[in-house]
Design a protein around this ligand. Structure first.
Ligand code: HEM
Ligand SMILES: *[C@@H]1O[C@H](CO)[C@@H](O)[C@H](O)[C@H]1NC(C)=O
Ligand SMILES: *[C@@H]1O[C@H](CO)[C@@H](O)[C@H](O)[C@H]1NC(C)=O
Ligand SMILES: CC(=O)N[C@H]1CO[C@H](CO)[C@@H](O)[C@@H]1O
Length: 529
């Protein structure tokens, strides 16, 4: 989800904003904020390249209060809001009051088409209404077997690796495998298309995502990458990221065309009908023929497929990887989870089991999502004037206090998800530790102030709240449960092995010192009792 990397988008919006704001009526409340910065990048690098952006925001919140202004690249500015009430207000006004920045919108359109992430206001509402039924509990329940199948395919591959080694364990780069399992699952469950990444097929999608990693480590390629869709001439520069960008677009287009064709054909024929029909896109295409005014154009359907692939692939894979890392740091918790899963005997985790039968699994999954939200912040531009209410008073630039922030049209607002998910003020002194137990008792009282699913903003909130949440949770829980049932994991240099941030489309974890985004873990097979 590139909107997160939004600072570049801000540049252009700012130019637009500067012209507009001269005619604006209200002026944004003047705020304090950090000053000494790189002239070109503002605090962009400071925030993006930190292992823990939540900590940066928290430090500033302590110094300047719950609202402060942070300089971005090329003289742009954005206001960071660290107060739960302010964030609830901000998210509730998404797509009408607060919208994607101009640059983000152009970027999303060029890359994925005019799908859900691109749309705003009434058009967004209409698209969501059409797609939402495809994500119902009943629909996701039917998809459980897809996740079981993916887990078994991964198990076959891992067993072969361990057998080959002729040792009792092997070193496996779990990040790569979580990518594969996530891609294959979204392919089949999303559109009845098997990418066969788990079987070792070299899919262009994986190639392209992989190459993003390398391309992204080069800061200037990244700038060109993000500005490319807006200034087409930049796309002709022979940079690596430009080649990748072109390949990504071609690949996505081709796959989407193919998938749509298959889904439509499959309706008549027998072959494929089962998987395609119960897939998310299968349901959508079916609804396309119902002939209501909700009918989507095929261009929209294509855009939704692209959006699903992008929204569902990296996020889930990153979360699964983090889960294996945290459970390798605390082996007692890994064992506790395994003991709970043993209550299933040999049966595959069912929808009932993952939604109500396995409380510790549920706690582990939510603790990972709290501690390591794949999307670390939301940046939007005010489409109209607004007044944001705060719980705690904010201090303005001239030293007065107020509990409302006046926002002029064109102001850029940033919701620091990574701060709200882990702030000590909201979550208590162990806010930065992996403590699944907090979900089992009332310890997380403080964060009840944060609106949003389970008091975190990991899935965003309001009109743009993640549509795939139930899907993601089902996939996350089933795959994790099955891997923990069959394997034992340890970090290569013990629990203290340093983990650092690896920039990709979304930031990923990696074991310090490894090539690319690798997370090699020691993996033991657990023989069935
Ligand atoms: C752990 C996994 C996931 C996390 C943390 C996550 C998080 C998010 C967040 C933060 C947004 C808002 C993005 C923005 O406003 O810029 C979002 C939107 C979205 N997500 Fe997810 N997501 C996850 C998995 C999935 C999956 C598996 C799917 C699909 C199968 C999915 C589909 C979507 C869609 C369609 C949107 C756009 C909603 C809209 O604009 O109305 N997500 N997600
Ligand atoms: C700003 O200045 C302070 C003290 O001079 C320093 O500790 C801090 O690292 C600086 N921040 C940046 C982003 O340069
Ligand atoms: C798992 O779900 C099945 C039904 O799908 C149920 O019979 C079984 O008791 C559940 N097991 C646990 C441990 O919740
Ligand atoms: C303490 C803290 O900030 N925890 C996590 C919150 O989310 C960010 C963004 O992913 C993580 O980097 C932090 O580790």
């Amino acid at each position: 989800m590139p909107p997160v990397q939004a600072v570049f988008f801000i540049v252009l919006s700012l130019l637009v904003v500067k012209t507009i704001s001269h005619f604006g009526r209200k002026r944004t409340t003047r705020l304090r904020g950090p000053k000494n910065i790189s002239l070109i990048f503002g605090f962009y690098r400071h925030i993006q390249e930190r292992d823990d952006p939540g900590v940066v925001y928290e430090k500033w919140a302590e110094e300047y209060g719950p609202a402060y202004i942070v300089p971005g690249p090329f003289g742009s500015k954005r206001i960071v809001i660290c107060d739960p009430k302010a964030n609830a207000h901000f998210y509730s006004r998404e797509t009408y009051g607060y919208v994607q920045t101009k640059l983000a919108r152009v970027f999303i359109e060029k890359l994925f088409g005019r799908g859900l992430l691109w749309a705003e206001g009434d058009s967004h509402k209409r698209q969501r209404k059409a797609i939402t039924p495809a994500f119902s509990n009943a629909a996701i329940r039917r998809l459980s077997t897809v996740f079981h199948d993916s887990a078994y395919k991964m198990k076959d591959a891992w067993d072969a690796i361990i057998d080959n080694e002729k040792a009792d364990h092997s070193i496996i780069d779990v990040q790569k495998w979580m990518n594969h399992v996530s891609l294959d699952s979204i392919g089949i469950a999303g559109f009845g298309h098997d990418f066969r990444a788990l079987e070792g097929r070299n899919t262009p999608v994986v190639d392209v995502f992989d190459s993003f990693d390398d391309a992204n480590t080069d800061f200037f390629s990244r700038i060109i990458f993000f500005l490319g869709p807006v200034f087409p001439t930049l796309q002709n520069l022979p940079t690596r990221s430009n080649r990748m960008l072109r390949r990504l677009r071609e690949t996505m287009g081709r796959i989407a065309d193919e998938l749509l064709e298959r889904s439509r054909q499959a309706k008549g024929g027998k072959e494929d009908t089962v998987t395609v029909d119960k897939s998310i896109i299968g349901l959508l295409v079916k609804s396309e023929n119902v002939g209501t005014q909700l009918r989507m154009s095929s261009e929209e359907v294509l855009a939704q497929m692209n959006t699903l692939l992008l929204a569902g692939y990296e996020t889930t894979s990153i979360s699964l990887t983090w889960a294996l890392i945290e459970l390798s740091r605390q082996l007692d918790k890994q064992q506790k989870l395994r003991d709970e899963i043993a209550s299933l005997g040999n049966s595959d985790p069912s929808w009932e089991n993952i939604t109500s039968g396995l409380p510790y699994l549920d706690a582990v999954v939510h603790e990972i999502l709290r501690l390591h939200p794949p999307v670390t912040e939301t940046t939007r531009i005010a489409a109209e004037e607004d007044i944001i209410p705060f719980n705690c008073p904010i201090t303005t630039a001239d030293g007065t206090t107020t509990d409302t922030l006046v926002v002029a049209k064109g102001t850029i607002i940033c919701s620091p998800i990574a701060y709200l998910n882990t702030s000590e003020a909201l979550w208590g002194p162990d806010s930065r530790d992996f403590v699944p137990e907090r979900w089992l008792d009332e310890r997380f009282g403080g964060a009840k102030e944060v609106q949003g699913y389970r008091h975190t903003l990991t899935f965003s909130e309001g009109p743009r709240v993640c549509l795939g949440r139930t899907f993601a949770l089902a996939e996350f829980k089933i795959i994790l449960a099955m891997m923990i049932r069959y394997y034992r994991f340890e970090l290569p240099d013990g629990p203290e092995t340093p983990i650092v941030k690896h920039p990709s489309i979304l930031p990923r974890p990696k074991v310090k010192g490894c090539e690319g985004g690798q997370v090699p873990l020691k993996v033991w097979r657990i023989e069935a009792a």
